[in-house]
Ligand binder design. Structure first.
Ligand code: IVH
Length: 685
C-alpha cells in the first residue's frame, strides 16, 4: 500500500480542521472569517493533496461536501433509539398551552400549590427530521426518520449541508452521540434558488419544506450539494460515553458547543401562561423569521422529569407541538379577473374557491402581472397552492400539475382585456414594462377612486373617514370627480348617501376642512405622481421650497435633487405638463388648500443628512412614526430593509430578523437613547 509522507498527513489534518472552522463561521455563525477566494485556495490545496495521495482520503474531509456518488437506492438504517413523533395540540389558541401544562402536572401528581413546571420552548421547524450519528466525533451516518424504527441512509447528501459539522468541535468527543434535528431551507435561499432555476429553464421547487425533503431524498448527491440547505439541532438519540446534563436547555447549549447550529429563538419558561406568551410572541415574529415554521414545541426541561413522564405509544408525554393555522392550502382557481390601480396598472386577481388558510377564509389572491402568471404557469381551472403569511395579501404559489384538468385555460391579459373593464379605454403594455395599464387616466372611475383614496390617506392629506366605500359612492354618484371637489362637499349631499348619518357627514366635513392646512411635502405626495413616494415628495418639498418652483422644473434640475434619477424626473415633468393636473392644483389652491412655503434649500441640512436608518422592534417611548419624523427632520432617511448601505439600525424590544441582519453585516445597532444622541449631535460619543 502506498503511504503518504507524514508531512502530507499533517498538512491535510491542519487544512481539514481549518476549513471546518471557516465553514462553521460561514454557515452557522453567519460571520465569515476569510474572503471566499482565500477559502477556495485552501480547499483546492487540500483537494490536490488528496488527489496526489489517495490514501489521505477521509470521510470528514470538507472535500466530501461537494457530492458525487450516485446511489441505486438508499440503504435502510435501524435507529438505535426510535425516532418518536410528537403530540400535536390542535387548539391553535393559547388554551392549547394550558391543556398541555395541565396534563403534565396531572401526570407528575403536582398540587395546585406546587411551583410551576419549567419548560423549554422552541420553534417547530418545517423541514425533514434527521438523525446524525457521530462516533468518536466523526459523522458516520445520517438517516431519515422513516417509520421511526428504520429510516434511510442519506449520509452522502447530508454531508453536503454546510451547517452540519463532519467532525464535532471538541477534543474529547463522546464515543457515540446521535444528534436529532431538522434539515430545512431558508425562504430567501428558496427564492434565490428558484430564480436561478427559472433563468436556466430548470425545474422549480414548490415550497421550502418540499425543497428540503426532496433534496435529501436525491440519489445523486451532486443535486443535494447544489441546494442551499440549513439545519437546526433540537434533541438526542443514542448517547454513549458522555454524561448527560440535567436539563434539555443544557443539552442544546452543549450541542452548540460541539459546533451544531441550534436556533436562538428558544426560552426556558415557567408555567402555562409563559408558554402561551411564547406562542403569541412567535406568531408575531413568524413573518419576519428567515424560515418557515408551523408551530412551536414545548418540552419539559428536566431530563429526569422527562424520564418519569415517559411515552404513550409513539409520543413522549413531556413534549407537545402547538401549531399555528396553516399558511398554505390547496384550492381551485375559478377565474382570473383584474383590478385597476391608481396609476392605471391592471393587476390580475385570482378568484378562488373559498379556502381556510392562515386563520382566514381566502377567496381572492394576487397574481401580480402577466409575467408572473406565465412564470408560474397557472391556468384557470387548476388546483393551486395558496399562501397567506402573516398579514400580507394572499398569493398563488403555483399549480399542482398532476391535478391539471384537460380543459384548463391559459390567461392572456391583453386578449381577455384589450380595453379597461371599468372605463373601456385601451389597455397597453409598454415594451420594457411588466405591467399593463388602462390609458384612461382620471377619466377612468377606477383610477379616480384610487387617486382620491390616496389623496385622502393618512400620510397624504389625512382626511379621516374618507374610506373606500364612501369614495365608491361619491364617484359613482358623480358628486366627486377630482380631489378639489372634496372641498366643495356640503352636509346635504353627504347625508343623502347610503349609510351616512348627519353626524358622520359633519365629522367628515370637519376632517376635510382640517386638511386645508397641510405641508408642501404631504401635498406633493397626495398628488399621486407616478414614482413619487412619500420620501421623494419630502425631498422635493425641501429642495424647491415652493410648489411653483417644482412645477416649472425641467428634468435636469430635478435630477439635482438627491436620489432622484431619470425615471422619477420624467414622471414629474410629464405630470406637471398635463393641463388637467395643473387645473386640479389650481382648484385645490382656490378651495383654500395651503402650506407654508420657504426658500429653496438645495442640498438639505441636518444632523443626519445622507444617512439611512432602519427601525425595528418597539422603542420604549417613541412610536415608529415619531422616530421616523425625528430622523427625517434631521435630513436622514428611514428604510424598511437592512443592507450594506444602512448606516444605523435602531432596535427596540422584540426586534427580529432585521437586527440579526444588522449584526451579520456589521451595521451599528442603536437603542432609543443612542438615537436621541445621534439626532442631537450627528455622531455618537
Ligand atoms: S422534538 C420526542 N423539536 O416535528 C420529540 N421536533 O413529530 C421528537 N420538529 O418530524 C421531536 N421542530 O422533525 C422536535 N423543535 C423541534 C421540532 C421538531 C420540528 C419536527 C420533527 C418531527 C415532527 C414531530
Amino acid at each position: 500500500m502506498l503511504c503518504a509522507p507524514p508531512e502530507a498527513f499533517e498538512r491535510a489534518r491542519v487544512l481539514r480542521a481549518e476549513l471546518e472552522r471557516l465553514n462553521h463561521h460561514y454557515y452557522v455563525l453567519d460571520a465569515p472569517l476569510l474572503p471566499d477566494a482565500e477559502y477556495d485556495r485552501l480547499f483546492q490545496e487540500l483537494q490536490s493533496l488528496e488527489h496526489q495521495h489517495p490514501e489521505l482520503a477521509s470521510t470528514d474531509s470538507p472535500t466530501q461536501r461537494v457530492g458525487g456518488r450516485v446511489l441505486e437506492a438508499f440503504s435502510p438504517v435501524r435507529h438505535a433509539v426510535p425516532m418518536l413523533s410528537i403530540r400535536t395540540e390542535t387548539d391553535t389558541e393559547s388554551t392549547g398551552a394550558a391543556a398541555f401544562d395541565a396534563r403534565v402536572r396531572r401526570e407528575l401528581k403536582l398540587a395546585d400549590s406546587d411551583p410551576p413546571v419549567a419548560y423549554l420552548a422552541e420553534l417547530k421547524f418545517d423541514g425533514l427530521a434527521i438523525n446524525l450519528r457521530y462516533e468518536n466525533g466523526l459523522l458516520v451516518c445520517a438517516a431519515t426518520r422513516g417509520d421511526g424504527e428504520t429510516g434511510e441512509d442519506v449520509t452522502e447528501n447530508v454531508r453536503t449541508v454546510g451547517q452540519i459539522p463532519l467532525r464535532l468541535a471538541t477534543s474529547s468527543p463522546p464515543a457515540v452521540l446521535e444528534v436529532r434535528g431538522e434539515i430545512y431551507m431558508k425562504r430567501a435561499d428558496f427564492l434565490r434558488f428558484n430564480e436561478r432555476a427559472q433563468a436556466a429553464g430548470e425545474k422549480i421547487l414548490v415550497n421550502p419544506r418540499n425543497a428540503a425533503a426532496g433534496s435529501i431524498r436525491q440519489l445523486d448527491s451532486r443535486i443535494a450539494a447544489s441546494r442551499p440547505l440549513s439545519f437546526f439541532a433540537y434533541g438526542l438519540g443514542e448517547v454513549r460515553g458522555w454524561t448527560l446534563p440535567e436539563t434539555h436547555a443544557e443539552v442544546l447549549e452543549a450541542l452548540t458547543g460541539f459546533g451544531l447550529p441550534v436556533c436562538s429563538e428558544r426560552a426556558v419558561l415557567f408555567g402555562a401562561d409563559a408558554l402561551a406568551g411564547f406562542h403569541a410572541r412567535v406568531a408575531a415574529l413568524r413573518p419576519e423569521l428567515p424560515f418557515d415554521i408551523d408551530g412551536v414545541v414545548y418540552k419539559v426541561n428536566s431530563l429526569a422529569l422527562q424520564e418519569t413522564l415517559g411515552f404513550v405509544t409513539r409520543e413522549p408525554r413531556w413534549a407537545v407541538a402547538h401549531k399555528y393555522p396553516a399558511e398554505e392550502a390547496l384550492t381551485t382557481l375559478v377565474d382570473i379577473e383584474v383590478q385597476v390601480g391608481r396609476t392605471g396598472a391592471i393587476t390580475p386577481v385570482a378568484r378562488l374557491a373559498p379556502v381556510f388558510v392562515g386563520g382566514v377564509t381566502v377567496t381572492n389572491a394576487t397574481l401580480h402581472n402577466q409575467d408572473e402568471i406565465d412564470r408560474k404557469d397557472v391556468r384557470i381551472g387548476d388546483t393551486v397552492i395558496v399562501r397567506r403569511a402573516g398579514d400580507v395579501i394572499p398569493e398563488v404559489v403555483g399549480p399542482v400539475l398532476e391535478r391539471r384538468p384537460p380543459d384548463a385555460q391559459r390567461f392572456i391579459l391583453l386578449e381577455r382585456f384589450p380595453t379597461c373593464p371599468v372605463c373601456g379605454s385601451h389597455v397597453l403594455r409598454g415594451e420594457d414594462e411588466s405591467v399593463a395599464r388602462c390609458t384612461g387616466g382620471l377619466f377612468c372611475p377606477a383610477q379616480r377612486k384610487q387617486a382620491l383614496l390616496h389623496f385622502a390617506s393618512r400620510r397624504a392629506m389625512d382626511i379621516e373617514g374618507l374610506g373606500d366605500k364612501l369614495v365608491e359612492q361619491l364617484v359613482d354618484a358623480a358628486i366627486v370627480r377630482t380631489p378639489a371637489d372634496l372641498y366643495k362637499l356640503g352636509v346635504m349631499a353627504l347625508a343623502s348617501l347610503e349609510r351616512m348619518g348627519e353626524k358622520s357627514a359633519v365629522n367628515l366635513l370637519e376632517a376635510v376642512g382640517r386638511s386645508r392646512n397641510t405641508s408642501l411635502g404631504r401635498f406633493i405626495f397626495a398628488l399621486g405622481i407616478r414614482n413619487v413616494g412619500e420620501a421623494t415628495a419630502k425631498d422635493l418639498a425641501r429642495y424647491f421650497g415652493s410648489l411653483d418652483r417644482l412645477l416649472v422644473a425641467d428634468e435636469a434640475t430635478l435630477m439635482n435633487v438627491p436620489d432622484i434619477g431619470p425615471i422619477v424626473a420624467r414622471s414629474i415633468v410629464a405630470f406637471c405638463q398635463e393641463p388637467h393636473n395643473l387645473q386640479v392644483i389650481d382648484d385645490l389652491r382656490a378651495a383654500g388648500v395651503s402650506w407654508p412655503e420657504g426658500e429653496p434649500q438645495g442640498v438639505v441640512s441636518g444632523a443626519l443628512v445622507g444617512k439611512t436608518l432602519v427601525l425595528t422592534g418597539t422603542l420604549p417611548t417613541l412610536s415608529r412614526d415619531e422616530a421616523k419624523a425625528l430622523i427625517e427632520a434631521e435630513g436622514g432617511k428611514v428604510s424598511g430593509s437592512v443592507s450594506k448601505k444602512t448606516d444605523f439600525v435602531v432596535a427596540g424590544a422584540e426586534a427580529g430578523s432585521k437586527l440579526e441582519k444588522a449584526v451579520a453585516l456589521g451595521v451599528p445597532v442603536l437603542d432609543e437613547a443612542q438615537l436621541q444622541e445621534l439626532l442631537k449631535k450627528g455622531v455618537l460619543q
